[in-house]
Design a protein around this ligand. Structure first.
Ligand code: ASP
Length: 356
């Protein structure tokens, strides 16, 4: 049995766009592995992807979006493959979009939640992983409250592991969805200014977004209360060389962050992950850090308003802005299916059987 690598080396050389299923005849299950993830069995974060691989996934997602626009939204690309969604934390859009993505691609999708599994009976994560390995599943889409849990599982299974959010660490497919959504509007990522406001310390989305956006040449400006900034992030300064996320600008105020931005992203306060009270008062938070119409008007004309969801309207974003003309929040949700199809297809379609 082959041992998997939790952190495979990034692929050298340019990636080639994979043929999306249904474009020029449906790609048969078991065909060549798409080059976009050649050498990578898992998607645990975006930090291991090269810019060419990111571009390749985003281009493949365009083809998947075309499949989704058809009357019959179904292709046999992953027929005979089994995808498990293993969620130890609540989720609506991520879990449903992975399930839909797998089903449109013809895979069998089985949903497991901590509440409905042997985790309730005290089974360890290792034993759950070994059980799934014994069942020869092809992909495990996993969400877990502990940072690093998908890396651990990846080391013990033959399936592809896709991190659907681990603790405060990473949420790679959300980052790919965000990159895809921005690119669809501007036709590029490079040179755009993206302001991300809110809980920078505990949000796994912002970590993966910062990796992805910087990798693709976007300028990233973040801001939030001092108590919700990671070490090395000082208001009014740029994260210095040698620290993770070097080059990210930390604005001193939300107004400063939004000024001249092409994209403004609001983040939910991750209260379920916060160990202590980081905020004295939500009203004050909303006034100082919330994205409202006055603040959004400081951004470039035509700037996009994004939010990974779920939104706490009236706190990090006002309702009029959340549902206003500049909001692409629903588009992010819709794009989630196409992007997750691209990821599943890239990882699973060409995977060899165990032992081959
Ligand atoms: N849905 C995203 C996540 O799982 C964002 C959030 O919950 O605030 O990280």
């Amino acid at each position: 049995m082959t041992q998997t690598q939790a952190r495979p080396p990034a692929v050298a050389g340019p990636a080639v766009k994979a043929t999306p299923p249904g474009q020029a005849g449906d790609a048969p299950a078991g065909g060549d592995q798409p080059v976009m993830f050649a050498g990578q069995r898992h998607l645990l974060d975006v930090d291991t992807l090269s810019p060419a691989e990111v571009t390749s996934i985003l281009e493949s997602a365009e083809g998947m979006a075309e499949v989704l626009s058809r009357d019959v939204r179904k292709t046999p690309a992953l027929r005979g493959k089994t995808v498990i969604t293993l969620f130890y934390e609540a989720s609506t859009r991520t879990r449903v979009s992975f399930e839909q993505a797998g089903k449109v691609l013809g895979a069998d999708v089985i949903n497991v939640t901590a509440d409905s599994s042997s985790v309730k009976k005290g089974e360890s994560l290792l034993n759950t992983a070994l059980t799934l390995r014994a069942m020869h599943v092809d992909a495990i889409v996993m969400r877990h409250p502990h940072s690093g849990a998908p890396y651990f599982v990846a080391d013990h299974v033959d399936a592809s592991v896709i991190n659907a959010g681990d603790g405060t660490h990473a949420h790679p497919t959300q980052a790919l969805v965000d990159l895809y959504t921005i690119r669809r509007h501007f036709g590029r990522l490079s040179g755009l200014r993206v302001a991300i406001i809110g809980d920078i310390l505990y949000s796994r989305v912002v970590r993966s977004d910062m990796h992805g956006l910087r990798k693709m040449g976007a300028e990233v400006v973040v801001c939030g209360p001092r108590t919700l900034l990671p070490p090395g992030f000082a208001p009014g300064e740029t994260v210095p060389e040698g620290l993770p996320f070097q080059g990210v600008r930390v604005a001193a105020s939300a107004d400063e962050a939004v000024e001249g931005a092409d994209v403004v992203m609001a983040l939910r306060i991750q209260s379920e992950r916060q160990s202590a009270g980081h905020l004295p008062d939500l009203r004050e938070y909303s006034a100082r850090w919330g994205v409202n119409s006055r603040r959004l008007s400081l951004a470039n004309p035509g700037a996009l308003l994004m939010h990974p969801g779920p939104m706490n309207e009236g706190i990090e974003v006002s309702s009029d802005v959340a549902h206003g003309a500049q909001s692409v929040v629903e588009e992010q949700v819709a794009n989630g299916v196409a992007v997750r199809m691209a990821v599943l297809y890239a990882l699973v379609a060409g995977k060899r059987e165990i032992g081959q």
